[in-house]
Design a protein. Structure first.
Length: 421
């Protein structure tokens, strides 16, 4: 990345490395930051790794969680005369590796001497250049392609919010348009942006499809066959009627603009279905996010400035529950809250899938419905969601899926791989 001043630019070679990678870090890197699990950080300007004791030894400074100096230790100069009044210690810091969350190397290059205004992303387990490569601004999200019978098309986007190990998660995505030929299904996973992904497992989840209808899944993995699929009779928002935009899975989408003064401001969408027979149903929502969360994520990284590495280490030292309590930016934006009117309005579910690239199709189970008209409300943040599909579907039978592991993996290059099941 680049560090900018108004009149000149200095190149900084900055890398975040795990504790296990320390042996690969050359001591030619003059500066080393050791971010501790308790939030403190050592900034060393001369250091070496002592394998026997599994420690890092070096001179430099120890800063507390607020980056206030705790202690400095300077390499002694044999030409300098020291007195007993000298308070600066000349002993090496000795840092046990089991106390370190992450290491950071910082080496400053020569001044480029130019008036530049280039904005870049920040290396935080991924490298993203949002301005020079707009496609990279989509965030941390491997994308999956499969055939629709004629050609390979984008079908799914995986775990977009997993930008650090503490945010690791599982993801289930419907391959809505997939048509296999023969006994094999080819799935292509691509790395659309300049990012790094760690994917532990990819399985194909297969469920028998009814002759008339489809199979839909909830986020927690309940699969239902559905022989009756109803499109809405009316969908209204602040702009008026938008039913034509959500009656099928196509290129049409319903979206709104964010509020100019409050990015978390909500809007209500009214959905109704006419003449629905008594029975058990679910609401199917096909949606994806806009770039609002992407914008806020990278804007927050820019606010962190030089303390990004500190926060990266701080995140990793937390338990998941503590992280969720303290860092609520994305929670403030929220998901799509679904309410059903029977005797009163009751919230029946929520969609929270992050990701702006591929439409995610998810089933929300509803309480048993009585014959007649069905009224639903969707509450969501303005400008955050692109709605592609809304449908009321019968829940005929709970299905048991089969998980198929890839039997052949073909790596085309460093950026994508093909899984064949």
């Amino acid at each position: 990345m680049y560090l900018f001043t108004f009149c000149s630019t200095k190149k900084i070679s900055r890398e975040l490395r795990t504790v296990d990678d320390l042996k690969e870090i050359s001591s030619d890197h003059r500066y080393l930051k050791a971010h501790l699990k308790d939030g403190n950080v050592y900034v060393l300007n001369k250091w070496h790794f002592k394998k026997q004791s599994n420690t890092v030894l070096g001179y430099g400074k120890l800063l507390d969680i607020n980056r206030v100096l705790i202690e400095s230790r300077k390499q002694p100069n044999p030409r300098e005369k020291r007195t007993s009044k000298d308070s600066l210690s000349t002993e090496l810091f000795e840092i046990p590796l089991d106390k370190v969350a992450i290491f950071e190397t910082n080496d400053t290059g020569e001044s480029l001497g130019s008036y530049l205004a280039i904005v870049t992303g920040i290396s935080l387990s991924l490298t993203v250049y949002c301005i020079t490569n707009p496609k990279a601004c989509f965030g941390s999200c491997p994308t999956f392609y499969s055939s629709n019978g004629d050609r390979m098309i984008l079908q799914a986007e995986g775990f977009s919010s997993s930008i650090a190990p503490i945010l690791e998660r599982k993801d289930l995505d419907m391959l809505y348009y997939t048509q296999n030929k023969g006994d094999e299904i080819e799935i292509k996973m691509t790395n659309e942006a300049l990012e790094t992904h760690v994917i532990r497992k990819v399985d194909l989840v297969v469920v028998p499809k009814p002759k008339q209808g489809r199979v839909f899944a909830t986020k927690n993995g309940n699969f239902y066959s559905s022989s009756h699929i109803y499109t809405p009779n009316s969908c209204t928002g602040s702009e008026g009627e938008f039913v034509d935009a959500v009656c099928s899975m196509d290129d049409k989408e319903r979206l709104s603009l964010s509020d100019s003064s409050d990015l978390a401001k909500k809007e209500l969408l009214n959905i109704s279905f006419d003449s629905i027979p008594t029975g058990k149903y679910g609401l199917v929502i096909g949606a994806r996010q806009t770039l609002l969360t992407t914008y806020l994520f990278y804007q927050n990284l820019s606010y962190m400035g030089n303390s990004v590495a500190y926060w990266a280490a701080k995140f990793q030292s937390m338990e998941k529950e503590e992280f969720d309590k303290k860092y609520k930016l994305i929670q403030l934006l929220g998901g799509i809250d679904i309410s059903l009117k029977q005797k009163r309005w009751d919230e029946v579910g929520q969609i929270r899938e992050t990701g702006p690239i591929a439409t995610n199709v998810e089933l929300i189970e509803l309480p048993d419905l009585q014959n007649g008209k069905v009224h639903l409300k969707l509450k969501c943040t303005k400008g955050l969601w692109r709605l592609n599909y809304l449908a009321l579907v019968s829940l005929d039978k709970k299905m048991t899926p089969v998980y198929i592991q890839p039997h052949r993996i073909i790596s085309n290059n460093e950026e994508d791989s093909t899984f064949i099941s």
